[in-house]
Design a binder for this molecule. Structure first.
Ligand code: PLP
Ligand code: TYF
Length: 394
């Protein structure tokens, strides 16, 4: 049987991570995979996470199964964090999932179950896993214009024109904040226009939110998601705690299905539980329990929010420093977009040969589409990167 297997394409981001590890040079800089690193290059366990884990270790009395949806307290806490009070709780079905990837996967399966002919409109570019999972499930992905290669902002006219080609029942996948891989985001006026199209054409909104708190702040980063969730008829939200709680390997995510018709919620909830059961029965609990412990304890929550804010501000500081250095080296404002982008990533808009030259000649690793992870930098490496970017001729 196994001889019939064919090699599958590798994940380019994970392959780059491996290549970096194998590079013997001392001066190498890793701007690849989207993992937060502090100025010392360490991905720390957040203080509130450590404290919550200690408490769980001391107080947890059972590791018996939770439920197919995970612990309901986790869903409640996460719904509060992401949606606030923008949507009545009775309209929201929710299940814990293994990470944001698991939430995306379950969302796509639910879409296919409900409407096998639905297409999913995805930003061009988007997170590669969106495309590979859609492809694996046999769901048609339709790219909509998103990144403007000239301004390095959003090509909003192109986006609107492409979304207007969607048909009733199609799904529009949007990044709730901190777009991966570009760093370019819509403003709230533009989000409202997207909502109008979704409602006019009878589309289904799907939001992937993996970086809440990494852009403009916890509340600010949730605004677009709240706007969409409270204004459309049907909406899926795939959320990840990997980044904002730093619990990457614990696999902690949540999938919500929101319906303006509260009567639909019970069926949505049982469908999500069914999908969990088909794929892995019970979702992972440890990370979810840590997150619930933090969000429901005022002291831990305040400490988590403070540390998250430090992380956010450190990335903003690095963005500004990089933009300033690039301005100095290039004598122009053409890299100003680096300070405008939000989240972990910026897409430089450099040709693949130049990205390769940065790796080969300077030991600087960024993803082939010229996405760089801002958190991979520190105050000492920013000038090195800026000089290298100008030297190779970006
Ligand atoms: N969605 C986006 C856009 C991402 O960048 C990520 C990456 O971490 C995820 C979802 C899912 O992350 P995880 O499965 O590690 O929670
Ligand atoms: O885009 C990133 O770098 C993160 C991490 O298969 C990631 O989202 C990358 C690839 C992958 C899973 C997660």
């Amino acid at each position: 049987m196994f001889e019939h297997l064919k090699p599958q394409p590798a994940d380019k981001i994970l392959a780059l991570m491996q290549m970096y590890r194998e590079d013997p040079r001392d001066q190498k800089i890793d701007l690849g995979v989207g993992v937060y690193k502090n100025a010392e290059g360490v991905t720390p366990v957040m203080r509130a996470v450590k404290a919550a884990e200690k408490r769980i270790l001391e107080e947890q009395e059972s590791k018996a199964y939770t439920g197919l949806a995970g612990d309901p307290a986790y869903a409640d806490a996460m719904i509060g964090l992401i949606l606030g009070t923008s949507v009545p709780r009775g309209n929201i079905a929710a299940v814990a999932t293994p990470g944001g990837t698991g939430a995306c996967r379950q969302a796509f399966e639910m879409i296919r179950m409900a409407n096998p002919s639905a297409r999913v409109f995805v930003s061009n570019p988007t997170w590669p896993n969106h495309l590979s999972i859609l492809n694996y499930l046999g769901i048609e992905a339709v790219p909509y214009r998103y990144f403007d290669g000239e301004t390095r902002g959003v090509d909003f006219d192109g986006m609107i024109a492409d979304l207007n080609t969607a048909k009733s029942g199609d799904v529009v996948l949007l990044h709730g904040c901190c777009h991966n891989p570009t760093g370019a985001n819509l403003n709230l006026v533009q989000w409202q226009e997207v909502v109008n199209i979704i409602n006019e054409l009878g589309l289904v909104a799907m939001i992937d939110i993996a970086y809440q708190g990494f852009g403009d702040g916890l509340e600010e980063d949730a605004q677009a998601t709240r706007l969409v969730a409270s204004s459309v008829k049907e909406c899926l939200i795939a959320a990840s705690c990997s980044k904002n709680f730093g619990v990457y390997r614990e696999r902690t995510g949540l999938l919500m299905a929101i319906s303006a018709d509260a009567g639909q919620t019970a069926l949505n909830q049982s469908t999500l539980a069914f999908l969990n059961r088909q794929n892995y029965s019970f979702p992972p609990d440890h990370g979810a329990r840590v997150v619930t412990t933090i969000l429901t304890d005022p002291v831990l929550r305040a400490d988590w929010e403070a540390e998250l804010e430090e992380i956010r501000l450190s990335m903003l500081g690095l963005r500004q420093q990089l933009a300033d250095e690039l301005q100095r080296h290039s004598g122009s404002d053409r890299f100003g977009f680096v300070a405008q982008h939000r989240g972990m990533f910026s897409r430089l808009g450099a040709a693949p040969e130049l990205v390769e030259q940065l790796r080969a000649d300077h030991g600087i690793y960024m993803v082939g589409d010229s996405r760089l992870n801002i958190a991979g930098l520190n105050a000492n490496t920013v000038p090195i990167l800026a000089k290298a970017i100008i030297d190779v001729g970006v």
